[in-house]
Write a protein that binds this ligand. Structure first.
Ligand code: SAM
Ligand code: SF4
Length: 352
C-alpha cells in the first residue's frame, strides 16, 4: 500500500456557518454539506495565445512527462465519475491544443453516470475541431472573447485573430454545441469600453454573455489587482446604454453567473463576481490540473497529488479513498478578502 501526504499545502479554513444541514447519500460531499458533482479538467497548461491578464509573453510550460498521459487521465477521471462527478468541463491552458483531443472527449463522454461534458476554449481551433468534438460527445462550449474590436483583441491576446475565433464560434453553433456561452474578462484599460458591444450581442443571438471579474494569481496578481473592474460597474455601464436588466427566473444557485436579460433580447447576460460577491457557499466543483493534482478551490493553493501515487502503483480503490478524504476537506471559501492570493499556479495552469 502506498502512503501519500494528503495535502502539499496546509489548508486554512474559514469557519462554516453554524446552521447548515449535512445531507447524506451517494456522491461526493465536503464537510460543510456541499454536494460536489462538477469537475473541471485542465488538459494542458500550454496555450496558443498569451492573454495579458493570464500569463506572461515568455511563459514556460511544464515538460510533457510531468503531465498526465491519456491513460492516466482516463483512470483519474473515471475514478472521479464513479465517485459521483456528473458534469465535466475540459479546459487548459488551451484544451484544443492537447494531442488526441477527440479520443479523450470520446472516452470521457461515454463514462456511465456522466450527464454533461463541456469545454472552455479560446475558439481558435474550433473551425476544424467543433464537428469532430460534437460527434465524439462534447455537448457545449464556452468561448472566450473579450472584445469585438480586432485590434484590441490582438492587444489583449498578444497575437490572436478575432476572425478565426468568430469562425470557430460559428462552427460550434453549426455543430450543435449549444447554447453558446461567451466569456469576457473585463480588464481596465484593455476592454472595459467593450462591455456594451458585447452585451448587445445578446439582443440578436440566443447566447449567454458572461462578464468575469479579473482574479489575482501569483506573478500576475499585481496586474489583476490594478485592472479589475467590478461587476457592479460593468452592469451599470450596460444598463445606462441598453436599458434595465431583468433577472431570468429559474437560476441554478450553483452556477456562479446569475442570468439577466435586456428588454426584448434573445440571449442573456451573466456576471461572475468572484471578487465583489463570492459564491463559495454554493460551490459544487473541484479541479484536476494537467499534472494530475486535485485542486479543491480555484483561489487556494491546497492540492492533492493524484498522479505521483498512481505512477507508484496505487490501486483505483485507494485512489478513490484519497479523493473522498480530500473533497471532505474542501476549504469553505477563498481568502482574497484577507489578502490571501494563490501563488502556486497561474490561471492558465488551473483552467478557470
Ligand atoms: N484557453 C481557454 C480560454 O481562454 O477560454 C481556457 C482556459 S482560460 C484560463 C479559462 C477562462 O479563464 C477564460 O475565459 C479566461 O479569459 C479566464 N481567465 C484567465 N485568466 C483570468 C484571471 N486572472 N481572472 C479571471 N479570469 C481569467
Ligand atoms: Fe490562453 Fe485562455 Fe489564458 Fe488566454 S485566457 S492565455 S487563451 S489559457
Amino acid at each position: 500500500m502506498v502512503r501519500i501526504p494528503l495535502f502539499e499545502t496546509p489548508l486554512s479554513l474559514r469557519e462554516p456557518p453554524q446552521d447548515r444541514l449535512y445531507p447524506t447519500g451517494p456522491g461526493l460531499y465536503d464537510r460543510f454539506g456541499r454536494h460536489i458533482n462538477y469537475l473541471r479538467v485542465s488538459l494542458t497548461d500550454v496555450c496558443n495565445l498569451r492573454c495579458v491578464y493570464c500569463m506572461p509573453e515568455r511563459m514556460t510550460f511544464r515538460p510533457r512527462h510531468e503531465l498526465m498521459s491519456d491513460a492516466e487521465l482516463f483512470q483519474i477521471v473515471q475514478a472521479l465519475v464513479e465517485l459521483g462527478i456528473e458534469k465535466i468541463r475540459l479546459t487548459g491552458g488551451e484544451p484544443t491544443v492537447r494531442p488526441n483531443l477527440v479520443e479523450i472527449v470520446r472516452f470521457i463522454a461515454h463514462l456511465p453516470g456522466l450527464k454533461m461534458l463541456a469545454m472552455t476554449t479560446n475558439g481558435i481551433l474550433l473551425p476544424q475541431l467543433a464537428e469532430p468534438l460534437a460527434r465524439a460527445g462534447l455537448k457545449r462550449v464556452n468561448i472566450s472573447i473579450d472584445t469585438l474590436d480586432p485590434v484590441q483583441f490582438r492587444r489583449i491576446t498578444r497575437w490572436g485573430d478575432l476572425d478565426t475565433v468568430w469562425a470557430g464560434l460559428e462552427a460550434a453553433e453549426a455543430a450543435g454545441l449549444r447554447p453558446i456561452k461567451i466569456n469576457a474578462v473585463v480588464t481596465r484599460g484593455f476592454n472595459d469600453d467593450q462591455v456594451v458591444p458585447l452585451a448587445r450581442l445578446s439582443l440578436e443571438r440566443d447566447w449567454e454573455i458572461r462578464f468575469i471579474e479579473l482574479m489575482p494569481f501569483g506573478s500576475e496578481a499585481e496586474f489583476a489587482q490594478a485592472a479589475v473592474v467590478s461587476s457592479q460597474e460593468t452592469r451599470a455601464r450596460i444598463e445606462a446604454e441598453l436599458g434595465p436588466l431583468q433577472e431570468v427566473p429559474g437560476h441554478d444557485p450553483r452556477d456562479p453567473a446569475r442570468p439577466y436579460r435586456l428588454p426584448g433580447a434573445r440571449g442573456t447576460i451573466g456576471f461572475i463576481s468572484t471578487i465583489t460577491e463570492p459564491f463559495c457557499a454554493g460551490c459544487n466543483r473541484v479541479r484536476l490540473t494537467a499534472d494530475g493534482k486535485l485542486r479543491l478551490c480555484l483561489l487556494r493553493d491546497g492540492e492533492l497529488d493524484l498522479l505521483t501515487p498512481l505512477r507508484q502503483g496505487m490501486s483505483m480503490a485507494e485512489l478513490k479513498q484519497h479523493i473522498v478524504a480530500a473533497i471532505w476537506q474542501k476549504p469553505w471559501g477563498h481568502g482574497l478578502p484577507e489578502g490571501i492570493i494563490p501563488q502556486s499556479r497561474l490561471m492558465s495552469q488551473i483552467g478557470g
